[in-house]
Design a protein around this ligand. Structure first.
Ligand code: PEP
Ligand code: MG
Length: 315
């Protein structure tokens, strides 16, 4: 698929050696989906479902949720749609899910942890996603946020499969989950790395605290080494591995991620064009060489500069 319009080249993502790297979009509304498709997204790699229900004071019913998911799947017209179950808590409070005050909300009850005490909320959401996915031609994948280990991944996968979801995954954004990624891949069909939270937790720097914003940099070799662990597990299991955090929208970092074993990237739609054109300049082998250089760096800034220095100079 390749055509030109106002956005320029909207061809599918691929490396210079022809390796396909699907480029997907992060969205939180139907309008976002339409915009993403206009900018050449090959599908949705992160549907932040909590954004659909931010305003609601009471939990949305199965009927209401099914209708909202269905309109998004209709807009995607059979393209891939990766829906994340509600990621409530910490930086994403939901009016209908009061969680109480915590001293350290980023380390508290958020993501999948919120539904351990509200299991019906998760069951309703999975039932709604499953119903929407069967109602229209679609390629629906469903994943859970903030999963800490393989046991939690297994718990989620069995609930999702019970509800009729066919392709089940988890986000890896808690460092513990990256370390046991081999076990996690045994439990699920795919993984998507949330580099925003993975960086926050690896560097112990609250992503909402401007005082420590400089630590929130996924170029850090410690973050890249965690991603490598997940990449190695993905390669060994032959299962898909995406990145849906901000890191995927940094064109040069996107090349490094691919070199670490990532097989698709999901990002804000405005980043698609530049990431697509940068990936097209490198082969998988070159991406691996650049990734190895970044892994050896001493800091995020050092990784950036070592990789830049290693790039072939344009004539
Ligand atoms: C992430 O943590 O990288 C991610 C994609 O999720 P969010 O930013 O919504 O927490
Ligand atoms: Mg996250």
């Amino acid at each position: 698929m390749s055509h030109e319009d106002d956005e320029g080249d909207l061809s599918d993502g691929q490396l210079s050696d022809g390796t396909a790297i699907p480029l997907l979009a992060n969205v939180g509304s139907l309008g976002n989906v339409q915009n993403a498709l206009a900018k050449g997204a090959e599908g949705v790699g992160l549907l932040r479902t909590e954004f659909l229900f931010f305003e609601e004071d009471v939990a949305p019913s199965v009927e209401e949720q099914t209708a909202r998911y269905r309109e998004i799947l209709v807009a995607l017209d059979g393209r891939k749609a990766v829906a994340r179950t509600l990621d409530a808590g910490a930086d994403k409070p939901l009016a209908f899910l009061p969680l109480g005050k915590e001293d350290n909300p980023a380390l508290g009850v958020r993501g999948i942890r919120t539904v351990h005490k509200h299991e019906q909320l998760l069951r309703d959401q999975l039932e709604s996603l499953s119903a929407a996915g069967s109602a229209v031609p679609s390629d629906l994948w469903v994943m859970a946020p903030m999963v800490a280990d393989a046991t939690e991944a297994e718990w989620f996968a069995s609930m999702a499969r019970e509800a009729g979801i066919r392709t089940v995954g988890v986000m890896i954004e808690v460092p513990s989950c990256a370390v046991v990624a081999d076990q996690v891949f045994d439990a699920v069909d795919f993984v998507s790395i949330g580099t925003n939270d993975l960086t926050q937790y690896a560097l112990a720097a609250d992503r909402q605290n401007g005082e420590v914003a400089a630590y929130q940099d996924a170029w850090h070799p410690a973050v890249l080494r965690l991603i490598r662990m997940v990449g190695d597990a993905a390669t060994a299991s032959k299962k898909p591995l995406s990145v849906c955090g901000e890191a995927a929208s940094d064109p040069l970092l996107a090349v490094i991620l691919v070199g670490l074993g990532v097989t698709s990237l999901s990002m804000v739609p405005n980043a698609l064009r530049e990431v697509r054109s940068t990936l097209a300049k490198y082969s998988l082998e070159e991406a691996r060489v650049l990734a190895a250089i970044a892994l050896d760096a001493r800091s995020a800034a050092d990784a950036r500069s070592r990789v830049r220095d290693a790039l072939p100079r344009s004539p």
